[in-house]
Write a protein of this length. Sequence first.
Length: 115
Amino acid sequence: MDKTRQAALKAAYRQQAPALGIIALCHLPSGRTLLERSRNAPGALNRHRFELTLGTHRNAGLQADWRRDGAAAFRFALLDAVEVPDDPAFDADAELAALLALHQEQLLEQGQSLY
């Protein structure tokens, strides 16, 4: 790949807005789920995976399940992505908070527990 193409690809990557959305970390044996809203969903998923691997995750229950059952017992997912409109009045934080509340309510109605 020549230098100009590589520079163009890097510039295009930097211009991309990160994906906003609701992420879920699900402990498959117990069904317990951690839901979180994020302005950078892929980065948040990577952060959780990294912290769990290091043993420094801020959620003690989640960390204990990770230590006991390992990475194979978890599913990491982007549950809902938020499409950001060109409208400057759009409140991404309010939209994410509403989506998070909706997903929490749905999981609790299904009888699942949350971290």
